[in-house]
Structures are given as structure tokens and as C-alpha cells.
Design a protein around this ligand. Sequence first.
Ligand code: NDP
Length: 300
Amino acid sequence: MSANIIDGELYAGKIRTRLIEEINTLKKSGFYPHLKAVQVGENASSRLYVQNQQKQCEAIGIKYTLDELPADTKEETLIEHIRRLNNDPDVTGIILQMPLPEGMDAKKVQTLIAPHKDVEGMNPANMGELVYGNTKLVPCTAMAAVELVKSIGVEIRGKEATIVGRSAIVGKPVSLLLLDLSATPTVCHSGTKDLSAQTRKADILIAAVGKAEMIKGNMIKPGAIVIDVGINRVKELDAQGNPVINPNGKPKMKTVGDVEYATAKEVASYITPVPGGVGPVTVVMLLRNTVEAVKMRANL
Ligand code: NDP
């Protein structure tokens, strides 16, 4: 058996189309989404994220602006900046670009973003809402993983779900979302004794570990739905197992997930590729949260 591929790009496109309609309706009622990004210091990877966020926002009609603070900004100054944005009626969503410079308490600053502008769903108030089954502002990656399961259209109620990873941004919220959909979630972590026993019983397997290709095909129940959240950069190897070298003398790198795709796709019924699975849907969930935040303000 070879699994059906869940195409994240395709699904993200459908959500974008729906969001464009919602944004047009909001604007007609005088509500204008404005996502404010805050970046402290220079960082090549977060600059790329910012460019991508800006492109994606503007493509669907969300205003996107960036506040760049110098690398030597004091934590109190950043906190003051966030407080000003919380009170700025023109700003409807705030995203704090990671990483922050060393010495700053990222979690503390992040949780100071007002819950109604917290488009990453990281404020403890929004996490608490999730426990109560309110899924308006949920961490984007967790939402993306579960949306992709829902996109298949199979009954989730009664399914065994194993989530590998218990982080606050992925594993824990995924387990709550699946629990809300009446699956039976098991959450695994580095202390789990027999990981294979847990993954092999899963009708829905969510891998969010951060370890390249750790979950092999023989750890997967035949016919399972496999959602691979992992993003890992590894050296590309040739047929002899040696690193492929670029013309610049550096090893050629590639992106792989936490699941060994080649073996897993022979066992699973559905699988997300890496790249092209959870990643593009995560970005679109940020856009959706930005729209949700405005809808909440507009009481829609
Ligand atoms: P974290 O490092 O915060 O969490 C990893 C989790 O995996 C931890 O709970 C850890 O357990 C668990 N773990 C580690 N080793 C094992 C093991 N051998 N057996 C079982 N569990 C293990 O990672 P994140 O949740 O932030 O991210 C997970 C992956 O998702 C990464 O590859 C990341 O790059 C990717 N990611 C992808 C996104 C996307 O848009 N597609 C966005 C965000 C993340 P313990 O708690 O005990 O340490």
C-alpha cells in the first residue's frame, strides 16, 4: 500500500480563498486587520519569516507592518513597546519574532501580548480557552496539524491518537484539540518507556519531536493517518551513503520531517510530506488567527 499524500499547499490555498472573502466582509463593516510584527536585532532566518509573512498577509488584504528594535534593546523597553501596541486601536494582531537576543525572557514577553491580539495563541488566557473547548486563537502549528487530519474527512471520534512531543506550541494543544474532537489521545515524550508500542496503536499519529526521521514505517499501524510536524535540516547523502558536496565545497542540505517518509508511506493510509505538509498550513493559520482576532473585536 502507498499512502495518499495530504497536500498542505493545496489545503492552505483553500483556506486563503475563504479568508479573502471574510476580510472583504470585515472591511465593508469598517474593520481592518493589521498584523504588527516586532523584531529585536538582526537574524537571517527571522528576516525570511518576516518577508514571507508580509507577502502572505498582503496577498489576502491584511495590512502588515514591522517594528525593528535594535539588538541592545532592554527587556523593559520591549515590554513597554508591546504594551503600547496592546493599546493601539489600529493594531489588531501582534507577532513577536523569535529568537529574541540572549538574556531576554521570551516566554515572559510573549505572554504580555494582549489575549485579543495574540495571533500565535500563546497567551496563557488563550491556552486556558483551549482547555474549555474555545478554539478561536490556538497555536498555529497545532491547529495546522489537526486541520490536516480534518481535511481528509474521516471520522475522528473514537480514533486512537498518539502525539509524539509535548511542547506548549505543538504537542499539548494538539492533544487538547483531538480530545475535543472525541479522539483518544496519548501524548509521548522523552520519558515514554516503549514509544513503538504507543505509535503502533495509533489510528492518527502526530510527530512533533524535532528528531530527523525518528519514526520509521515499522512503528506505524497499517492504515494510520500520519501528520509529520517536524522540520529538520540534514545532509543529503548519495547512493553510497556519503554526503553530497555542493560546488562551494559545503555539504548539500535538505529538509526532512520526524517521520521516515519512504518507509512510512508504505504503511500509512494518509501522510503529510515535508516540506509541503504542515508548514504551509501553519502560515495560513497565522492569517486565520489574525482574521479571528478582528472578528472577535467586531463581535462577528
Ligand atoms: P520541542 O523541542 O519543544 O519538543 C520536542 C518534544 O519531543 C518534547 O516534548 C520532547 O520530550 C519530545 N521528545 C524528544 N525526544 C523524544 C524521544 N526520543 N521520544 C519521545 N519524545 C521525544 O519541539 P517543538 O514542539 O517546538 O517542535 C517539534 C518539531 O516541530 C520540530 O522539528 C520543529 O522544527 C517542528 N516545528 C514545525 C513547525 C511547522 O510549521 N511545521 C512549527 C513549529 C515546530 P520532553 O518534553 O520530555 O523533552
